[in-house]
Design a protein around this ligand. Structure first.
Ligand SMILES: NC(=O)c1ccc[n+]([C@@H]2O[C@H](COP(=O)([O-])OP(=O)(O)OC[C@H]3O[C@@H](n4cnc5c(N)ncnc54)[C@H](OP(=O)(O)O)[C@@H]3O)[C@@H](O)[C@H]2O)c1
Length: 140
């Protein structure tokens, strides 16, 4: 993709954060959105793997890809991620959550936050309450 295509694509000027963008559906989504001109940021659990995925997506698309590492099943890491995202990115226009799963039993206290385990029931992606400073929330 050349520079003109990136700047004129339907997502040009938009910043998209793809949680779980290192693999699978999230990675494919990242590649598609980058081809549409978006500035991408991805998350994964392992810093090295996430940086490597960002490099590969950059090489494939020529677009900007930021990398953040966090285990989104832990509330403390979700909060840290929110702070880092707000510090490093000028804005987030779209949040795509490719991280999911279910617990057979109630999760421990640090994990009762709606980021991953009860995503389906509560319809929320990140515990993006105002006090965390992250203006992201899905209707739930
Ligand atoms: N693939 C399907 O056919 C299918 C069908 C229906 C529903 N789904 C659902 O769609 C979602 C994605 O599926 P997928 O096939 O794309 O999965 P995948 O290939 O395993 O990718 C999962 C992504 O989530 C990240 N991730 C996993 N656990 C995480 C955690 N605790 N904290 C932060 N990041 C985490 C992984 O990053 P790292 O491993 O780099 O940390 C990876 O980037 C899942 O919820 C799955 O249940 C998938």
């Amino acid at each position: 993709m050349d520079m003109d295509q990136r700047h004129s694509g339907p997502m040009a000027g938009r910043t998209v954060l793809v949680a779980g963008g290192t693999a699978g559906i999230g990675r494919a989504t990242t590649l598609g959105l980058a081809a549409m001109g978006a500035h991408l940021a991805i998350t994964g659990r392992d810093p090295g793997r996430t940086q490597a995925a960002a490099r590969e997506i950059r090489a494939a698309t020529g677009g900007q890809v930021d990398a953040f590492a966090a285990d989104l099943s832990a509330q403390s890491q979700v909060r840290r991620l929110a702070r880092e995202v707000l510090q490093r990115l000028p804005r987030v226009d779209v949040l795509v959550n490719n991280v999911g799963g279910y617990w057979a039993a109630p999760p421990p206290p640090d994990r009762r936050h709606g980021a991953v385990g009860d995503r389906g029931r509560r319809g929320r992606v990140l515990p993006a309450r105002k006090r965390d400073g992250l203006p992201l929330r899905l209707p739930g």
